[in-house]
Design a binder for this molecule. Structure first.
Ligand code: NAD
Length: 234
């Protein structure tokens, strides 16, 4: 087996069959909720209680949710491939780590983590957040927010991600609509570095023509089949 370096970008489509709603699909979250109210720093400044309510609800909704066969296949790829495998996820759920993926970057933050606006510290967070939540590090009350990257904010770990894309031999994009930058630009960066690029999605994404190869279908079917093939071929 070769030592190809594999970088995998994942989006909401990967978790859809676990029961986590996607964002921009017909029945997605942004069809029901105005993202400007709940997913921007301005929305949080205007009505922090509304934003807490939205993320408290999402946190509670994750209680019974489990990783699916696609998460499991990516964890298996990391375990069994002789080269490095990295997952860069736009998802704020904890399903990749739940399936056993270790080399994981949460570029849009994590639902189960809180960030203190007063001292900048982060803490694992499974409970509700409110206007009176006290920061465990600095004891300031009222400055805690979900550690999720909102529209208009810079995604996390971009330097590390760019280094990984530059060194990639194979780039997979799975379950993402390809219209939120900078993640939507990763395929072009990987191509420029000479990587083979593959899209796995329910349907062609906005940037589908940028990929050298594409596989369409539900993630729980196409991802395990693709990983099986990859582990045989590499
Ligand atoms: P998306 O909803 O835009 O796209 C989901 C994609 O998955 C679609 O292309 C759809 O065809 C596909 N899909 C649906 N079901 C599938 C299945 N069963 N198998 C395979 N593919 C399936 O989600 P995205 O691309 O992840 O969106 C980009 C990011 O924008 C989000 O991940 C999110 O982090 C982000 N964002 C969210 C917030 C927030 O919630 N606060 C804020 C800023 C940005």
């Amino acid at each position: 087996m070769g030592k190809e370096r594999i970088v995998i970008l994942t989006g909401a489509g990967l978790s859809a069959e676990s029961g986590v709603p996607t964002f921009r699909d017909k029945d997605g979250i942004w069809a029901k909720v105005d993202y400007r109210e709940v997913a921007t720093p301005e929305g949080f400044a205007r009505n922090p209680a509304r934003v807490h309510e939205f993320y408290n609800m999402r946190r509670r909704a994750h209680a019974g949710i489990r990783p699916n066969a696609a998460h499991a296949a990516l964890a298996r790829l990391e375990r069994e491939h002789a080269g490095e495998v990295w997952v860069v996820t736009q998802n704020v759920d904890a399903l990749h780590e739940g399936a056993g993926t270790q080399n994981l970057i949460h570029m849009h933050g994590q639902l189960f983590q809180a960030l203190c606006n007063a001292c900048g510290s982060r803490a694992p967070w499974a409970e509700d957040l409110s206007l009176t939540t006290v920061c465990p590090a600095c004891t300031n009350a009222g400055g805690m927010r979900p550690d999720v990257v909102w529209f208009g904010e810079m995604p996390y770990h971009m330097e590390r991600i760019r280094d990984l894309l530059e060194a990639a031999d194979l780039f997979l994009s799975i379950g993402t609509s390809g219209n939120v930058y900078p993640a939507a630009g990763f395929v072009a960066e990987a191509r420029a570095s000479g990587a083979h690029t593959v899209e796995l999605n329910l349907e062609p994404s906005e940037g589908c023509s940028l990929f050298a190869e594409s596989v369409y279908g539900p993630a729980t079917a196409v991802v395990p089949a693709y990983v099986d093939r990859l582990l045989k071929d590499l």
